[in-house]
Design a protein around this ligand. Structure first.
Ligand SMILES: [Zn+2]
Length: 56
């Protein structure tokens, strides 16, 4: 099973409550994982595939 790490903080969020994984809203090809902490502080994320960045 692959470990999931938050794209904003780099912390491992595997099975962490409040973390989310979703497809990139721009290209839809890359799975983006964010920790609850990153969401709370509205940390910016960036898609590793297309370079899309967003707050949520
Ligand atoms: Zn993308």
């Amino acid at each position: 099973m692959a470990k999931l790490t938050c794209v904003s903080t780099g912390s491992e969020v595997t099975n962490q409550i409040g973390s989310v994984t979703f497809s990139c809203p721009s290209c839809g090809k890359i799975k983006i994982t964010r920790s609850q902490y990153a969401r709370e502080i509205a940390a910016q994320y960036k898609c590793s595939g297309c370079g899309f960045t967003g707050p949520n």
